[in-house]
Design a protein around this ligand. Structure first.
Ligand code: BES
Ligand code: ZN
Length: 587
């Protein structure tokens, strides 16, 4: 037996899936997908085949000739779910599994109409990264096993069903519509994605459109109008875009992430609709995954930094082209602040501050933090600084070409680095960066005039004259740099002078509310409650619930909010909040 991935039952000695034919009926009443998956094997095989599942009800398994295949669904393991063990007859070419998903499938969020912008129709979306695809489809749920797919699914005809693939057709038949898609490139299962809702679209450019509910589609089209320009900038840096289209789906507010790089259809939180395009770096980030992540993918969650570190690096290079060096430096400085917070949070689990992690027995959702993002970014910056930008850019191109449509480990990255940039060996301690905890003392420091100017304000209240010209990123950097807790006096001053609780920029708003929560500045509690009741993005829930639950004075508020709003949060977000609330207050 050879396991490829600590988070999958996939055994590399067994048959390997080459492609998937998936069909499903979406039932909003019972919150169930009635589905069938045909797994086509790379080579005809017999004997045992282990698949990953979570909360699936397996109805029937047969081979290409319709002959029954015997199977055993094992008891669930906390992190991995249930192994589905098949006994394949000799020369099995493909397996057909008929099954149902559970209403609590971890990959799915079923929203009532009230949780949508339109308030009239329900909504369904999937979120498979890192290991939730198995709650949607029985398969070899590891990025190592990349698959092509064809899919067709039935939705109520008044709704639209979208998938992260190439659109084939939609046929309406009375009250239902059949949507057909294909994924022509081999992708890791975590990139499988669908959404169903009352959706409309606007074209943004020759190869992009935005999908959203009617109530927000115009503002989304305005916010994302520069997407073609962003794609061109990325292509100059990283090579041709290989996925034909880059469409965007603007999600309901409960979407637990800022964005998800589902191929051909990036999912984006509506919290980026600030009305001034100040948060479109999230789009640049998800677009950048088209190279770093979707073309070259991490082999498992233990190498997650290969996805996210490279993508943050690529995101800031794109930002530098579109908005200049100062803006890229401000983002890097905010990133460094968040990295320092995460290092502090992981003081008792320093092993999770490594880039190359060991995650046997650890749930990837629990290990998630900004460390792979921001430490990974700093590592790549350090390499860039040691070899010079043009040599680093040439390396990036080679890396992306060499490993395209593959899923690789940190060790494979290191071999490529040593081959293409042998000079790095003497100038940088690569081993310390990858397997050491914390951040090396000589890590690059993002500097710029505007970053220095914010640092100079320090812990005092900025003068209105100076702050008048601050961009949201400068506000964010200032707020994130304040000691926690800040004084009540400073909180009051900030509130009465700048009214940050009314900010349309969610990053600024949340940074302010986190300062206020730590300071126990009660006039801001109403805004905190409002935000906790409208947004499900974990990046915002985590620091707010953490700040409130830290002190016995505000803990009641956090518990009351969670009791009230639990129902609107995504299953993964609930877990995060529950973990925070389990810890006892420090003061
Ligand atoms: N792929 C991630 C989101 C993700 C990570 C989902 C791990 C599930 C497990 C996505 O590309 C991402 O990093 N989103 C960020 C965007 C930000 C860095 C600009 C987010 O959600 O905030
Ligand atoms: Zn990312």
């Amino acid at each position: 037996m050879a396991r490829l991935d600590p988070h999958s039952y996939t055994d590399s000695d067994q048959a390997r899936t080459e492609s998937l034919e998936w069909s499903a009926r979406v039932d909003f009443d019972s919150r169930v997908l009635h589905a069938q998956a045909i797994l086509n094997l790379r080579d005809p095989a017999g004997g045992i085949l282990d698949l990953d599942t979570r909360d699936l009800e397996i109805e029937d398994v047969s081979d290409q000739g319709g002959r029954p295949v015997s199977f055993a669904l094992e008891a669930p393991e906390r992190i991995l779910g249930s192994r589905l063990r098949l006994q394949l007859p000799e020369k099995t070419q493909s397996i057909r599994i008929r099954y149902r998903t559970s209403p609590s499938a971890s990959a799915l969020q079923w929203l009532d109409a009230e949780q949508t912008f339109g308030k009239a129709e329900p909504f369904l979306f999937s979120q498979c990264q890192a290991i939730h695809a198995r709650s949607l489809i029985p398969l070899q749920d590891t990025p190592r096993v990349r698959i092509r797919y064809r899919a067709e699914f039935t939705v109520p005809a008044r709704l639209r069903g979208l998938m992260a693939g190439r659109f084939l057709s939609r046929h309406e038949n009375g009250t239902v519509a059949v949507e057909r898609y294909e994924g022509p490139e081999p992708i890791p299962p975590y990139l499988f994605a669908l959404a169903v809702g009352k959706l409309s679209s606007r074209d943004l450019g020759p190869r992009s459109r935005v999908w959203a509910e009617a109530a927000i589609v115009e503002s989304a089209a305005w916010e994302f109008a520069r997407v073609e320009e962003t794609m061109r900038a990325a292509e100059v840096l990283f090579g041709p875009y290989l996925w034909e289209r880059f469409d965007i789906l603007t999600m309901p507010l409960s979407f637990p992430y800022g964005g998800m790089e589902n191929p051909r259809l990036t999912f984006i939180t509506p919290t980026v609709l600030a009305g001034d395009r100040s948060l479109v770096n999230v789009v640049a980030h998800e677009l950048a995954h088209s190279w770093t992540g979707n073309l070259v993918s991490n082999a498992s969650a233990e190498h997650f930094w290969l996805n996210e570190g490279f993508t943050v690096y690529a995101e800031r290079r794109i930002l530098e082209v579109l908005e200049g060096e100062e803006m890229a430096a401000l983002h890097a400085a905010v990133g460094r602040r968040s990295l320092d917070d995460a290092l502090e949070r992981f003081a008792s689990r320093p092993e999770l501050t490594r880039l190359r992690t060991q995650l046997q027995g650890v749930d990837p959702d629990e290990a998630f933090s900004v460390v792979p993002y921001e430490k990974g970014y700093l590592f790549l910056r350090a390499i860039e600084e040691s070899v010079g930008r043009s040599a680093f850019d040439a390396f990036l191109r080679k890396y992306l070409t060499q490993f395209r449509f593959q899923s690789i480990t940190t060790e494979e990255f290191v071999r490529a680095l040593e081959e293409h940039l042998p000079q790095v060996r003497s100038s940088l301690n690569v081993g310390e960066w990858l397997t050491g905890t914390g951040v090396p003392a000589n890590a690059p420091v993002p500097r710029s005039g505007r970053v220095e100017a914010i640092a100079a304000v320090g812990q005092s209240c900025p003068s209105p004259a100076a702050a008048k010209s601050w961009t949201p990123s400068e506000w964010q950097l200032y707020l994130e740099s304040l000691h926690r807790p800040a004084s009540l006096e400073l909180s009051e001053q900030l509130d009465s002078t700048f009214h940050l609780g009314q900010s349309k920029n969610y990053e600024v708003l949340i940074s302010w509310l986190v300062v206020a929560a730590h300071a126990k500045y009660s006039p801001a509690f109403r805004d905190i409650e409002r935000v906790l009741g409208e947004v499900g993005r974990m990046k915002y829930l985590r620091p707010l619930y953490t700040a409130l639950s830290k002190s016995s004075q505000t803990r009641g508020l956090s518990e009351a909010c969670y009791a009230r709003y639990r129902g609107i949060y995504h299953p993964i977000a609930r877990q995060v909040v529950e973990t925070i609330l389990r810890a006892s207050p420090a003061t």
